[in-house]
Design a protein around this ligand. Structure first.
Ligand SMILES: Nc1ncnc2c1ncn2[C@@H]1O[C@H](COP(=O)(O)OP(=O)(O)OP(=O)(O)O)[C@@H](O)[C@H]1O
Length: 678
C-alpha cells in the first residue's frame, strides 16, 4: 500500500491552528458538525440516485452510526452516503474551495479571542473534529466506485495529511477520531447520546448508536458495567424538523436546527415556520441570523436556503427562492409540487418557484415588520414607554393568490431568560437586525418594485434629531412642520460628514429635520423612491431649495435683493471658476458658511461620483454648482479684493472640502491660503 503525503493549503493550516487552540469553549459541537456532514452526504446520494438507482448498491437504508471504543480512545462516525473518491478527499479535506472563505481566513488576526468570535460566522465543519481529536482518520468510498477504490486520509491537524488507497466494500464515509487525553469524557454512551439529542435530533436521517445494557460483574464483589449488545438503535427523532407540527418543536430545537443548517455558532434572531397551502404547496422555515456573514456584501452571495422536494434534498443555496436583497436569510423550503429532477435553470422559470419566492419574501418582510413594531424608538425609551410601534406596524398584508397559510409560527429567538431580559431583548431586536443587514435590505428598493413601500417602511436613518439608525420615514413624517412639503435628506460618507454639511445650516435654523443617508448604497437605493406616503423625498444638496411657506416673504425678498446687488461679483466668479463650476449663484441654504456645492436635480451627488471613481467606474463628466452666501465676510471681501481670482479658488476649494472631497490641486490650494495668511 502506498501512502502519499500532502500539505494542507496555508489557510487550512491557519484554520486548524485556530480550531485546536481557541474553540474549547464548546467542544461538543464537533459531533453536530460531523453528523451534519454525514447527513449532507446522504442527501447528495439520494439526489444523485434519482437518476441512477444503482448508486444505492442494494442498500437504500441511509443512516449515520456513532460508536466509541474506550480502550482505543476513539469515536467513529460512519455514514453510507455519497462518499468521496481519493481526489475528492484530497480536495475537500485539504483545501478551502470557497474563495470568500479563503479571504476570510487570511484576515484572521492571531488574536485568539477575536478570531474565535469571527470563526463563529462561518463554522469550521469537518475541521471541528480537531477540537477533541489528536488524529483523525477518514475512510471513504464513493457510491458507484469499485470496493478497491476506497481512500484512507489521516492527519494530526498540523500542516500535513496522508492519503492511501484502501479496500472499502461498504459505500460512504467513516471518520475515526483518536481523542486527546483531555477529551476522554466523550467516551461515554450516555454523554454521546445526549449530545446527539441536543444537536442532531431533527436530522431527517436516523442516527444510530450501539445498544448498551447493564451487566453485573461475573465475579462477586466486583462492580458491574454497561456492555454493548451488538444491536443498533436509533437515538434521534429522525424526522425532518420542518415537517413536524410547530407544537412539537421546542425553541431549542428550532435554534439547534438553524445552527446545523447555517454552521452559525450564534442563535438566530428570529424565524418563521409555515405550511403554505393553495395553488402552490410548500413548507417554509426561514431564519434571520443575528450576525452578518463575512461575505454579505458580495452580491454573488447566495441565500442559505436549502430546497427539498417532498423531503428529498435537491440543492443548497437555492437563490431562485429569495430575492438577492434578502440573501442573509437561511432556512429550508420543501415543495410538494416541483419535479424531483428540477435544475437551477428550471427553477428560474418555474411558476411554482415564483410563487414560493413571493411567499418567502412576504413572510420575511412580515417578520421584520413584526420585529420593527416591537422596537423601542428613541422617543419611547426617553419616556419609558415601550410597546408602541414606530409607524410601521401595519399588519402584513394577507398572502395574495389563493394561498392560505396554516400552521404558522413566527418566532423571535429570545433567550428563555427572565421576562424583563426577554422584553428588553425584543425591544432592541430590530435595531440589531438593522445594524447588521439594513444596508442589504435597502437594495430591495431598487430590486423589488412590488414590495417597495413595505421595504421603505422598514428603513431607519440617523437624522438631525438622532445619531442612531432609528428614524423611520413615518417618524419623520409625524414630526414634519405644518407647511413642510418634502422629506429632506443628505447623503454623505459618514455621520460626522453629514452632520457637518453646510447645506444643513438653513434647515437647522428653521428646525427642520434632515435625514442622514450614510451607507454607500443609499443614494442608489433612494433614487428608486420618489416619495413616501405621498410626501416627496428631496436631497438638500441637489437642485434649488424651496422651503415654500417655511421661508417667509421677507427672507425671500432680502435674498432676491442680495442676488441683484451681487450680480457683478457673481459674473466675475463665474469667469474665474469657469472650468470648475457649472454655475455660480446666490445661496438660499447657507447661514454660517461662505459657500457650498450643489448638483442639479437628477444628477449624481459628488459623494457618489467619488465612490464610483474610487471603484474605477465611469463617472459622468458634470460640474457642480457653487452657491455663495453674500452675507458672509469672506464673500463680502471678494468685491474689493486685489486677489479676487485666488480668493475665488479658495472659496471653491473649501466648498469641495466641506463636501467631503479634495481640491483638484491640493498644493495650489495650500499655497493660496498661505499667501493670504502671511
Ligand atoms: N461524511 C462525508 N461524506 C462525504 N463528503 C464529506 C463528508 N464530510 C465532509 N465531506 C466533504 O468535505 C467537504 C468539506 O467539509 P466541511 O465540513 O469542512 O465544509 P462544508 O460542509 O463544505 O462547509 P460548511 O461546513 O461551512 O458548510 C464537504 O463539502 C464534503 O464535500
Amino acid at each position: 500500500m502506498t501512502t502519499q503525503k500532502h500539505s494542507f493549503q496555508a489557510e487550512v493550516s491557519q484554520l486548524l491552528h485556530l480550531v485546536t487552540h481557541s474553540l474549547y469553549s464548546n467542544p461538543e459541537i464537533f459531533l453536530r458538525e460531523l453528523i451534519s456532514n454525514a447527513a449532507d452526504a446522504a442527501d447528495k446520494l439520494r439526489f444523485e440516485a434519482l437518476n441512477d438507482n444503482a448508486l444505492y448498491e442494494g442498500d437504500g437504508d441511509l443512516r449515520i452510526r456513532v460508536s466509541f471504543d474506550e480502550a482505543a480512545k476513539t469515536i467513529t462516525i460512519d455514514d453510507n452516503g455519497i462518499g468521496m473518491s481519493e481526489q475528492e478527499a484530497i480536495d475537500n479535506l485539504g483545501t478551502i474551495a470557497k474563495s470568500g472563505t479563503r479571504d476570510f481566513v487570511s484576515r484572521l488576526t492571531g488574536d485568539q479571542k477575536a478570531d474565535a468570535q469571527l470563526i463563529g460566522q462561518f463554522g469550521v465543519g469537518f475541521y471541528s473534529g480537531f477540537i477533541v481529536a489528536e488524529t483523525i482518520a477518514v475512510e471513504s468510498r464513493r457510491a458507484g466506485m469499485p470496493a478497491s477504490e476506497g481512500v484512507r486520509w489521516v492527519s494530526n491537524g498540523t500542516g500535513e495529511f496522508e492519503v492511501s488507497t484502501i479496500d472499502k466494500p461498504q459505500r460512504g464515509t467513516r471518520i475515526t477520531l483518536h481523542l486527546r487525553d483531555d477529551a476522554d469524557d466523550f467516551l461515554n454512551g450516555w454523554k454521546l447520546k445526549s449530545i446527539i439529542n441536543k444537536y442532531s435530533d431533527h436530522i431527517s436521517l436516523p442516527v444510530q448508536m450501539e445498544q448498551e445494557e447493564w451487566k453485573e460483574a461475573e465475579e462477586e464483589g466486583q462492580p458491574g458495567g454497561m456492555v454493548k449488545t451488538g444491536e443498533w438503535e436509533t437515538v434521534n427523532q429522525a424526522s425532518a424538523l420542518w415537517t413536524r407540527s410547530k407544537k412539537d418543536i421546542t425553541e431549542e430545537q428550532y435554534i439547534e436546527f438553524y445552527k446545523n443548517l447555517s454552521h452559525d455558532f450564534e442563535a438566530p434572531l428570529a424565524w418563521s415556520h409555515n405550511r403554505v397551502e393553495g395553488s402552490t404547496e410548500y413548507t417554509q422555515l426561514l431564519y434571520l441570523p443575528a450576525k452578518a456573514p463575512f461575505d454579505l456584501f458580495n452580491r454573488d452571495k447566495k441565500p442559505g436556503l436549502k430546497l427539498y422536494v417532498k423531503r428529498v434534498f435537491i440543492m443548497n443555496e437555492a437563490d431562485a427562492l429569495l430575492p438577492s436583497y434578502l440573501r442573509f436569510v437561511s432556512g429550508v423550503v420543501d415543495s410538494a409540487d416541483l419535479p424531483l429532477n428540477v435544475s437551477r435553470e428550471i427553477l428560474q422559470e418555474s411558476r411554482d418557484v415564483r410563487a414560493i419566492r413571493e411567499g418567502n419574501t412576504r413572510r420575511i418582510l412580515g417578520l421584520l415588520e413584526d420585529l420593527a413594531s416591537k422596537q423601542r424608538t428613541d422617543a419611547q425609551s426617553q419616556e419609558g414607554k415601550i410597546d408602541i410601534g414606530t409607524g410601521d406596524s401595519t399588519p402584513a398584508p394577507e398572502p395574495v393568490e389563493s394561498d392560505s397559510i396554516t400552521d404558522v409560527v413566527d418566532k423571535n429567538a429570545t433567550p428563555a431568560a427572565d421576562a424583563a431580559a426577554t422584553f428588553a431583548d425584543e425591544a432592541t431586536q430590530y435595531a440589531r437586525f438593522y445594524a447588521e443587514f439594513g444596508a442589504v435590505l435597502k437594495e430591495g428598493l431598487g430590486e423589488d418594485f412590488t414590495n417597495r413601500e413595505r421595504i421603505a417602511k422598514l428603513l431607519r436613518f440617523a437624522s438631525t434629531r438622532s445619531d442612531t439608525l432609528s428614524v423611520s420615514f413615518a417618524d419623520y413624517q409625524s414630526r414634519m412642520k405644518e407647511s413642510q412639503k418634502a422629506i429632506y435628506y443628505i447623503t454623505a460618507d459618514s455621520l460626522s460628514a453629514a452632520k457637518g454639511s453646510p447645506q444643513l445650516e438653513l434647515f437647522r435654523q428653521k428646525g427642520i429635520e434632515v435625514l442622514f443617508l450614510t451607507d454607500r448604497v443609499d443614494e442608489w437605493a433612494i433614487s428608486h423612491l420618489d416619495e413616501f406616503n405621498g410626501t416627496p423625498l428631496q436631497s438638500i444638496a441637489k437642485g434649488a431649495v424651496d422651503l415654500g411657506d417655511l421661508q417667509d416673504e421677507e427672507e425671500r425678498k432680502a435674498a432676491e435683493e442680495a442676488a441683484e446687488t451681487f450680480k457683478p461679483v457673481l459674473e466675475r466668479l463665474k469667469q474665474a471658476l469657469a472650468d470648475k463650476a457649472e454655475d455660480v449663484c446666490v445661496t438660499t441654504r447657507l447661514v454660517d458658511s461662505p459657500a457650498c456645492l450643489v448638483v442639479k436635480d437628477g444628477q449624481i451627488s459628488n459623494q457618489l461620483a467619488r465612490l464610483l471613481k474610487q471603484a474605477g467606474q465611469p463617472v459622468p463628466d458634470t460640474k457642480p454648482v457653487l452657491e455663495v452666501n453674500p452675507a458672509h465676510p469672506l464673500v463680502q471681501k471678494l468685491q474689493a479684493s486685489e486677489a479676487f481670482d485666488d480668493l475665488a479658488q479658495i472659496i471653491f476649494d473649501q466648498a469641495v472640502l466641506a463636501d467631503g472631497g479634495l481640491p483638484a490641486d491640493p498644493a495650489a490650494y495650500v499655497k493660496r491660503v498661505n499667501a493670504l495668511l502671511a
